[in-house]
Design a protein around this ligand. Sequence first.
Ligand SMILES: Cc1cc2nc3c(=O)[nH]c(=O)nc-3n(C[C@H](O)[C@H](O)[C@H](O)COP(=O)(O)O)c2cc1C
Length: 228
Amino acid sequence: MDIKTAIESRHSVRQYTEEPVSADVRAALEQEVESCNSRGNLHMKLVWDEPEAFDSAMAHYGKFSEVRNYLVVAGSPAADLDERGGYRGEHITLRAQQLGLSSCWVAMTFKRRYVRSHLERGDQMVVVIALGHGATQGVAHKSKTASDVSNATADSPAWFSHGVECALLAPTAMNQQSFSITLTGDTNANGLPMVRLENKGGAYSKVDLGIVRCHFELGAGEGTFAWA
Ligand SMILES: Cc1cc2nc3c(=O)[nH]c(=O)nc-3n(C[C@H](O)[C@H](O)[C@H](O)COP(=O)(O)O)c2cc1C
């Protein structure tokens, strides 16, 4: 599955089957986590076969069932930890999608006590991402339009429009899509057009911003632009 298909087919899935994740898929995802940890200076951790964290009234009320695997997104406390966690965590959910697994970012409905036990000393948890074989593939979220979140027009370069399209497919907390993307009209020292991504606020919007940054980059293509 190419990355564009992974972006289009990924939807939050809250109900999973009991099918265990194969050793090959685990190994491939562990490798991705290792690479994202080292690039993003994070301490994310995959937890396999641990049903307790999502076995609570709150998790069931939140419609989660049979969650046995999850990624703890965490790192040393820092001002940009949430955004880095969002950015690298989304690379992992897209890799999971390519490997045939479904996912759901989760900020609220899990037992923190169980998840905290997987943190390294002094680390701060950002959120958790549930992972596994989905009972369904989820559904596309209701979305704002390109003009709601960006200055894209019919005359915009194709790479910019693709970036915005992929940004609109990104998961955001409560589907708030509280961001704005601007093609500034300026170029950087290397002549690359500059794009500005702004946070419009809301709960977990710094995490959202990292996720959206990841999607925009994958949609626009590496080397086509620079962040302002
Ligand atoms: C940072 C973040 C936190 C989230 N927290 C929760 C949560 O606590 N419970 C939940 O059911 N979904 C949660 N979600 C999933 C969003 O509701 C979902 O991504 C959004 O509605 C868009 O739908 P989609 O992921 O299917 O595209 C969270 C998503 C993000 C990005």
